[in-house]
Design a protein around this ligand. Structure first.
Ligand code: HEC
Length: 140
């Protein structure tokens, strides 16, 4: 029970449910269900954390995840977020992410950080909550 409450706190903190009218209503019978996009984002987070580890170990990431192309279609908590700018940020992120798998070893750190900065660029416009968490993916 304590554990469940912690998960709940994490969602409240990192999820984008802070806009006043969109607070999830949690009663005994309903439970906050993350959107397809939120689930995809968490996978993107894990994949980039994995890439960071590999790069720090001097290895080259090889598992480009086609699933992340779904950023263009996954349903959002707030569907009005998907405007022209959002599509632009999605393409920008995907382009940078692809380069990580194509670049030579010397540029890996730079290309990885470009990818993470493109996550942050979009988040500055739509969803500022997770930015401190995303920044941890940067390689110093
Ligand atoms: C094109 C814009 C955009 C890009 C690029 C983007 N995000 Fe997101 N992210 C969002 C939006 C919008 C949400 C809220 C999704 C929702 O609630 O439906 C979100 C949610 C999240 C969440 C919170 C998930 C939750 O609810 O627990 C995390 C963590 C996250 N993103 C990490 C990342 C990471 C890491 C990257 C880059 C690898 C990234 N994002 C790239 C727009 C973006």
């Amino acid at each position: 029970m304590k554990y469940l409450f912690q998960i709940f706190l994490v969602f409240m903190f990192f999820g984008c449910v802070s806009k006043e009218d969109k607070k999830p209503v949690i009663t005994k019978n309903t439970i906050y269900k993350p959107s397809e996009m939120a689930v995809l984002m968490l996978k993107m987070y894990d994949a980039n954390l994995e890439n960071k580890k590999l790069i720090l170990e001097g290895k080259k990431p090889t598992k480009f995840s086609e699933e992340f192309l779904n950023i263009h279609t996954a349903t959002l908590t707030d569907p009005t977020d998907r405007d022209v700018a959002f599509k632009g940020y999605s393409d920008f992120y995907l382009q940078n992410y692809k380069i990580v798998f194509e670049t030579d070893k010397d540029s890996l750190k730079l290309m990885h950080n470009n990818t993470i900065n493109s996550c942050i660029a979009c988040h500055k416009t739509t969803c500022i909550g997770p930015i401190p968490k995303i920044k941890k993916l940067l390689i110093q």
